[in-house]
Design a protein around this ligand. Structure first.
Ligand code: CAO
Length: 416
């Protein structure tokens, strides 16, 4: 099957998570992604949190599938020369080094554009160019704090909280992928490459836009009616942490199910959709609430929403999270069990759809990873193993026109 990005050559100068998540996605869709790594060590995640001695860590294998690995010391003249040749032949270069690292290596945007005016140069940094923090190195949790997620996540009586979802890393990588694809389409029209830059702070903030909505509402009216603080608690002049409250106009909460005393994940998320009030009352066996003025409208319910959630929890007490959802789904109530990683790993639907995939690997045996969350009618993205360090060095050098002797010199003599 021909994949839409076949023929697009990408220099993958990325490491850790934000950049690799972007290039992995593009590789799934057919791009020829060549990961350039430092000889001897490579991407730091190859060694981080190893579960099998001497085999690449899952952190690496799960973010670098479908790629080639070329080892090259791009600080040495020989390495720079190879990289320049690769740049002249490539469509995209993606990098997420610390601020200024690419410039210090001698590959500023101006130089890259001079070497290949058609090439798209895509970068992830912690903060955008010109930002007063643009000199900072940034990891996931730093970005979640800088982008507004931490101050609005967690419970009001606890500290700012980090989400397990990679809002700073993989989310930024997904934004960058959209930028790259847009620039490729733009190049079809103009014939020119361009620089695409995404900051982790901006990407987190983009996902927190409803909290900026709330900040403006709070400043105008002094309260936020969908937050647990309303109407009995206090609001300050900043958006508070709202626990598990729904972020839109639909109140919701995480509710205990049968077994919660011993199982930390025996919960469901229950949403009270305004127009679904009647089915909710029917599902709960509370038909008297349907027309009761204290319950009939969303506005009337809000002051005692936790009493309502308490009644739902009493109804859930003899039902597992799966049994509860099986009943509630018949009433068209938006809800889901709180699923663990173990349950997700073994979920037959996720296996069938290719969202959870088992990938054979030369050194590890097979491992599980998350496949493409994007599904196409004409293409099924296939996940292949991440490369061993330098696995494709000879192949890539040969494709760049280096002779066997050149390759020997580059690999063995100059240890590039
Ligand atoms: N050959 C020779 N040198 C190489 C090389 C190669 N193939 N690949 C990388 N290097 C060098 C770079 O030139 C740079 O050297 P200098 O600092 O001397 O110029 C160095 O390796 C890499 O520096 P770095 O700043 O990128 O790495 P770090 O481990 O100190 O910082 C990180 C890591 C992620 C904090 C930083 O890269 C960063 O802030 N990146 C931007 C934001 C980002 O993407 N963060 C998300 C990471 S996922 O959590």
């Amino acid at each position: 099957m021909t994949k839409p990005l076949e023929g697009i050559k990408i220099i993958d100068f990325t490491h850790v998570q934000a950049g690799p998540a972007c290039t992995q996605l593009l590789a799934w869709f057919g791009a020829d992604v060549i990961k350039v790594e430092r000889p001897g060590s490579g991407d730091v995640t190859r060694n981080q949190l190893r579960d099998i001695p001497d085999a690449d860590a899952l952190y690496f294998t799960m973010l670098n599938s479908n790629k080639k690995s070329l080892t090259l010391d791009t600080k040495k003249p020989e390495g720079k020369e190879v990289l320049e040749r690769l740049i002249r032949e490539s469509d995209v270069l993606v990098e997420n080094f610390g601020p200024g690292a690419l410039d210090r290596m001698g590959f500023s945007w101006e130089r890259l554009n001079e070497l290949n005016p058609k090439m798209i140069v895509a970068s992830v940094k912690g903060f955008s160019d010109g930002h007063h923090y643009d000199d900072l190195k940034v990891y996931e949790n730093v970005a979640q704090c800088a982008g507004g997620a931490a101050s609005t996540t967690g419970f009001w009586d606890g500290p700012p909280t980090i989400s397990a979802a990679a809002l700073g890393d993989s989310n930024t990588g997904m934004h960058l992928a959209i930028g790259i694809l847009t620039a490729l389409l733009g190049r079809d029209k103009t014939g020119k490459g361009q620089k695409v830059a995404v900051s982790m702070q901006d990407s987190v903030l983009n996902l927190c836009r409803v909290k900026l909505r709330d900040q403006q509402r709070l400043e105008r009216v002094g309260y936020l009616e969908e937050y647990p603080q309303y109407p009995h608690g206090e609001f300050s002049d900043v958006v508070p942490r709202g626990g598990n409250a729904g972020g839109g106009g639909q109140p919701g909460w995480v509710l205990k199910c049968k077994g919660w005393e011993t199982d930390p994940n025996a919960y469901i998320y229950f949403t009270i959709q305004g127009h679904a009030w009647e089915p909710i009352c029917k599902a709960l066996g509370k038909p008297e609430w349907i027309d009761d003025p204290a319950y009939k409208t969303a506005e009337a319910r809000q002051p005692h929403i936790f009493e309502i959630f308490g009644t739902i929890e009493a109804w859930l007490a003899d039902k597992t999270k799966f049994e509860a959802v099986d009943i509630l789904r018949k009433f068209d109530i938006p809800c889901a069990p709180v699923l663990t990683m173990k349950e997700l790993a073994n979920d037959p639907s996720l296996r069938a759809s290719g969202t959870i995939v088992e990938v054979p690997h030369k050194k590890r045996g097979s491992y599980l990873t998350v496949g493409s969350p994007i599904k196409f009618s004409d293409m099924k993205p296939e996940v292949t193993a991440s490369p061993l360090l330098g696995e494709h060095t000879d192949e890539v050098l040969a494709s760049l026109g280096y002779s066997r002797q050149d390759i020997f010199n580059l690999r063995e003599v100059k240890a590039v």
